[in-house]
Write a protein that binds this ligand. Structure first.
Ligand SMILES: C[S@@+](CC[C@H](N)C(=O)[O-])C[C@H]1O[C@@H](n2cnc3c(N)ncnc32)[C@H](O)[C@@H]1O
Length: 251
């Protein structure tokens, strides 16, 4: 009798930005020191841009919500948190963290015009073949006076260097998760949001150097030590790499 063929334990290699990577990395989402660690840090910083809800039944729509990493940072702010994502394996985890989930495309969301008090698009636009459609959709969902918050990567050489060539070699960002051709020009983003009634204000952000270095050292040394504080995301003078946007819908 012939021996059974050995089962490969090597991860499959997928093209850059292939959404199936999120299935392969499904167990990483909620590991604070795992492959999506930086998404945890960014979720905290994004949530800080969201004020407490002004009324009852306030709705926050989280486009590309992934496994719902924003959810813990919204606790007590008074929103119903609805998350939209293509990846079912992530949505199962988002639902377990209290998010009402919709499996679908952020560029065609099955929700009514002007239904949302807040729309969040965290680390989503730079993964889309047409980010303009997602911006239009975010603005369609917002009620007049509603708030758009987002963060993304700029379409610059520096962003390619920092986020892909360096970032994807560190344990903070999964390798191959980005396709830099999809990175989002910050001026074009502001213009597109304005076309849809949202005046976006941008600011550059980055992980704090000291905290990130300490995190990297801890991460390299051991996995079973008690965790320290996670690195903070802090403002920086340039939007050339990573930036946040915040803007209110007119009307
Ligand atoms: C980098 S993750 C960010 C997840 C989450 N916003 C966070 O910050 O933790 C990008 C997410 O966008 C989702 N995604 C990619 N393309 C999408 C699309 N067209 N519509 C909805 N979700 C999409 C992926 O499945 C993934 O969960």
């Amino acid at each position: 009798m012939r021996d059974a063929a050995p089962v490969s334990t090597r991860p499959r290699v997928l093209p850059p930005n292939d959404p199936r990577q999120y299935d392969d990395l499904a167990d990483e989402w909620w590991r604070p020191d795992g492959a999506f660690a930086m998404l945890h840090w960014l979720a905290r910083a994004r949530a800080a841009l969201v004020p407490p809800a002004s009324g009852q039944d306030a709705l926050l729509v989280d486009l590309g919500c992934g496994a719902g990493l924003l959810a813990p940072h919204l606790v007590g702010k008074g929103y119903r948190h609805v998350g939209v994502d293509l990846t079912r394996s992530a949505l199962v985890q988002a639902a377990a963290h209290g998010v009402t989930v919709l499996n679908g495309d952020a560029t065609a969301v099955p929700l009514a015009d002007r239904c949302a008090d807040v729309v969040s698009a965290g680390e989503l636009l730079e993964h889309l073949p047409d980010w303009r459609r997602a911006v239009a959709e975010a603005c369609r969902l917002l009620r007049p006076g509603g708030l758009l918050v987002l963060d993304t990567l700029n379409d610059t050489l520096l962003a390619r260097l920092v986020a892909v060539e360096i970032g994807e070699r560190l344990p903070t960002v999964p390798r191959g998760i980005h396709d830099p051709r999809l990175f989002v020009d910050s001026r074009a983003l502001v213009a597109e949001a304005a076309r849809h009634g949202v005046e976006l204000r941008l600011r550059g952000v980055r992980p704090a150097f000291g905290g990130t270095l300490a995190w990297l050292l801890r991460r390299m040394r051991a996995t079973d030590r008690p965790r320290g504080a996670e690195p903070r995301i802090v403002p920086t003078w340039s939007t050339a790499v990573l930036y946040q946007g915040r803007g209110v819908k007119s009307g």
